[in-house]
Structures are given as C-alpha cells and as structure tokens.
Ligand binder design. Structure first.
Ligand code: BES
Ligand code: MN
Ligand code: MN
Length: 465
C-alpha cells in the first residue's frame, strides 16, 4: 500500500468516489429534504430528526462512538475514527442547521424539495452547510472503505450555527479531551471561482443589535397629531442615517480604534486577487458598487468593518394606505468586525452612542443579540500547507489566500478554548445565494470537495512525519 500511495496518492479512494458518484448525490438530496431551520421553533422536531440522520449517516460509513450530544438547544452530532495514536487527528466541524427559507414565493422550486438544474443542486442548505458537511462524510467513507485513511478523524456537526452557536461554547469547554486534535477542518466558506481555488485565511466578527424607538403611548391619526408629535419611524431613520458619514465611515466614537490595518504590501497583494467588477455588478443587478471611501470592493467586504440594517419595521405595512403616526419603530442592525475589534466592546460602543443620539420626545432601547470574534489564520502551518497542496492537486492551480467576509464565531472560540487553529477549506461560490431564495451548490463543487478532502488527509499525514 505504501508503494501504491507513493505512485498515486489516494488512488483507491478516488476510484471508490467514482464508483459511488450517483449514490453520494442521491443521499445528499435526502439530507437536503429535511427542513432543519434552527431559528424557527415550528421546525424543532425536524432539526432533531436531521441530527439523527447525520448520526446515522456517520454510523453507516464506519465512524465509531457516534452519538447525539445533548445541549440546552439542539444536539451536536459526534463521531470518530481513531486509527493510530501516532497519526495526526483532524476535527471536522460543520453545521446541519439551515437558515429560514423566507421569502418562500421567491423560490423557483420548494426549498426542501431539492432538484438538480443546470449542474447545480437547488435547496436551502445546499451550500450552507449541508452540501459541504456531506462532502466530508463521503470523503471519509471513501478513505475508510479503501483502507487509505491516514489520519484520525473526529466529527462535530452542530445544529445551532445559524442562530449563534450559543450552546456549542459550553460543549467545547467541557469536552476538551474528547475534542483534542491537531487541526480543525471546516468547509463552510467559498472559493473565488471554479477555476480559481482559494482558502479563506480570515473571517469577520459580528455584533448583532436590535433597537426600538418608542414615541406616543398609542398609534395616532397622522392628520390630527402629525407634525406635533415625534414620529418614531422618522426618528429611527434619522438616527440610523447618522451612523455613516459622507465617506461611508461609521460614526460611532471609538469604532475604528482597534481595527488592525493591513500593511501596504498586504493591500497590494489583496489588489492582485482576481475580481471581475462587471460580472459582480451584473450578477447583483446593480449599476455600481458602493462603500467606504478609499477601499476596493474586496477590501470593503472582508478587511473593513461594516454596519448594516437587516430589517426595519413599524407602523402600517399592510395592503393599501392607512394614515397613522406609529407608536413604535424597530430595527435589527448588524456590525461585521475585523481583527482586533472585540464584539463585546463594539456592542457597548454602539449602545452608548445610539442612546446618546436619541432626541427628546422618544424613548430608545437597545438590545444585543449574538456576537462573535473575527479570526486570522496563520499560513505557515503544516495544516495550511496540506490544504493548499490538496487544492493545487485537484484544481491544478495554487489556491489564492483570501479574507472571508462572513462570520463563523465558533472558530475564534475553538482557538481560545481548545488552543487549536482552523482551516477554512470551503468549496462554495459567493453567488450560491446562501441565506437567499434559490440557494444552490454546484455539482462540480460537491464532487471537487469530496475529491480534495482525501488529499488534505494524505498531505497532513505526510507533512506530520
Ligand atoms: N457559512 C456562513 C459563514 C460564511 C459564509 C463565512 C460565507 C464566509 C463566507 C455561516 O453559516 C453564517 O451564515 N454565519 C453567520 C453568523 C452567525 C452568527 C449567524 C453570518 O455570517 O451571518
Ligand atoms: Mn455556514
Ligand atoms: Mn449561514
């Protein structure tokens, strides 16, 4: 086997993948048909059933000690294969929960009735993150069945990522020995394009807020009272508008104080990242891009912090017109953070500032939802080399290091609690419409992931020797 490995790494594994090509896809479609929406209590039973399904799929392919680890929320699926104490151990993390599918009427096909169209799998969770989690289960199956598994593997697949991973932190800190590994491997991010592999070397942090403005004690006739009483929606809009200046910089005092600026060399390197502005605008149906003055689109969406309103409501939003001066207005506001901003501190700065700009005549309240820290990954590790080489092998091109704009708060926590680094070897595309209607995942990406993961394992074992 050693000789064969030298000649053609993972040959049996790759043959196994070829031979089981169609079955892998059929199984994924079954996974995608389970509506594991963690945010909506109406789906609680489905989320749990999905956890069972993942556990069963691990058992079927030979993982040991597979179980549901109960939490105060949804269970964490754990399973492992320990082949040799001297071999490196990879902890595979992912999530089986998905975002709500709303707005439903914008889907061309029901979100939990997966279909294949134009070489893509359409379903909620196809890319984020069921499709990518399943690549790991199938890659493991292939390596194990072929006798070519070179590392110990532990799986930790959670069901609360899309709602802030509140209970995973406690599980991690009370199970340090169980989760001990050399590296955490995560496929929950994207590559630049199918002909341009990349590895995210950073993630943004998050502070998620909800604000309310209370005016009069009841809804009023907007003719009888309008003009003489503060309108909470008008006020909220003014307050929100004032959070950016004319350069699209955030006006909260102290907001940028801790931001880690990139060196000129790092920015120049980032400027070399392939980016097709025209295709970007066309895909989104926009005339031009927008954002903080002095930064490129790639920088704005990765190394710079942001503040965005996610939803705003109040007053009358039903059919037709109703003349009303509302009693209340609300908004959900998220801030994406970069190294070395701290989520808790930014939450405090936001709260203090937002309360301070409230005009007389209204009462403003601010509530913090979940948050999480940004992450920067070192690129001089054996694990990064293993991932980089794996992508180079299967794409025939060296991957580009990129900074991701999204957040996986648990990654910073893994480092803090377990002292372990994560490798973000994702295979999605930014255009996969994650969290949106018609989410999809390319068949190319699904199979490329299954093909690449065994190379990561082989490389890691080789480089660890
Ligand atoms: N997989 C995404 C995060 C992501 C997407 C990172 C694309 C990099 C590129 C993850 O499932 C997600 O959606 N995270 C949330 C944060 C969470 C606290 C709700 C996010 O980024 O909004
Ligand atoms: Mn995800
Ligand atoms: Mn997500």
């Amino acid at each position: 086997m050693y000789i064969q490995f030298r000649r053609q790494p993972m040959k049996n594994t790759q043959d196994f993948i070829q031979a089981n090509h169609d079955r892998f896809l059929a199984e994924l479609l079954e996974f995608l048909s389970l509506p594991s929406i963690s945010a909506d209590p109406a789906y609680a039973d489905s989320v749990r059933q999905t956890a069972e399904w993942v556990a069963e799929s691990l058992r079927k392919v030979g993982a040991d000690h597979v179980r549901l680890e109960e939490t105060a929320g949804f269970p964490i699926v754990y399973g492992e294969k320990m082949i040799d104490p001297a071999a490196p151990t990879v902890l595979v993390y992912g999530h089986y929960d998905v975002q709500p599918a709303d707005p439903l009427h914008l889907w061309d096909n029901p979100p939990f009735e997966p279909i294949i169209k134009d070489g893509k799998i359409f379903a909620r969770g196809a890319c984020d993150d069921k499709g990518q989690v399943f690549m790991h289960i199938k890659a493991f199956e292939a390596m194990h069945a072929s006798g070519e598994l070179t590392c110990n593997v532990k799986f930790m697949i959670e069901g609360e990522e899309e709602v802030g991973s509140d209970n995973l932190g406690l599980f991690v800190s009370s199970n340090r020995a169980l989760l001990a590994a050399d590296v955490i491997l995560i496929s929950d991010t994207a590559i630049i394009a199918n002909d341009t592999p990349s590895i995210d070397v950073g993630l943004r942090g998050l502070s998620y807020m909800e604000v309310s403005v209370q005016g009069p004690n009841r809804d009023l006739h907007s003719g009888v009272y309008g003009g003489a009483v503060a309108n909470p929606i008008n006020i909220l809009c003014q307050m929100i508008a004032s959070l950016h200046d004319e350069f699209n910089r955030i006006t909260i005092p102290g907001f940028y104080d801790e931001v880690l600026d990139l060196s000129a060399a790092d920015r120049a390197a980032m400027g070399q990242t392939p980016f097709d502005l025209d295709a970007y605008q066309k895909d989104l149906g926009i005339q031009t891009v927008y954002g903080e003055k002095g930064y490129s689109s790639i920088e704005r969406a990765s190394i710079r912090p942001t503040l965005d309103v996610n939803g705003i409501w109040g007053g009358y939003t039903g059919e037709g017109a109703k003349t009303v001066l509302p009693s209340m207005a609300h908004a959900k506001i998220s801030m994406r953070l970069v190294p070395n901003q701290r989520s808790e501190e930014i939450t405090q700065l936001f709260t203090k500032h937002f309360l301070s700009i409230a005009p007389k005549g209204v009462k403003v309240t601010v509530k913090a939802h979940h948050g999480g820290e940004a992450y920067l990954m070192p690129t001089d590790s054996i694990a990064f080399q293993a991932a980089s080489d794996a992508l180079a092998t299967t794409f025939g091109k060296e991957p580009v290091p990129t900074r991701g704009g999204g957040s996986i708060p648990i990654v910073a926590l893994f480092e803090k609690e377990l002292g372990m680094k994560s490798i973000l070897m994702g295979f999605g595309l930014d255009t996969d419409a994650i969290h949106s209607p018609n989410e999809h995942y390319g068949l190319f990406n699904f199979y490329k992931g299954i093909e690449t993961i065994p190379h990561f394992f082989a490389n890691l074992a080789k480089l660890s020797n």
